[in-house]
Design a protein around this ligand. Structure first.
Ligand SMILES: [Zn+2]
Length: 63
């Protein structure tokens, strides 16, 4: 299990809700360097990955 030593604050562009997503800082570096989000963070849920990429929260994501 990786140490999730970094907390990303994701603000929903629609409702302003703040979501905190905990990740590993090495994985975050990989993501910033172009790694696909699902490869960089295999331990996150799809909605957490969405929050990282766009900030859109579950409530605002069209279902
Ligand atoms: Zn929202």
């Amino acid at each position: 299990m990786k140490d999730l030593n970094m907390t990303i604050e994701c603000v929903c562009p629609f409702c302003g809700k703040v979501q905190l997503v905990r990740v590993n800082s090495d994985d975050y570096d990989k993501w910033e360097n172009g790694e696909l989000v699902q490869r960089a963070f295999p331990y996150l849920t799809p909605s957490q990955r969405e929050a990282l990429m766009t900030g859109i929260c579950d409530d605002c994501w069209p279902s």
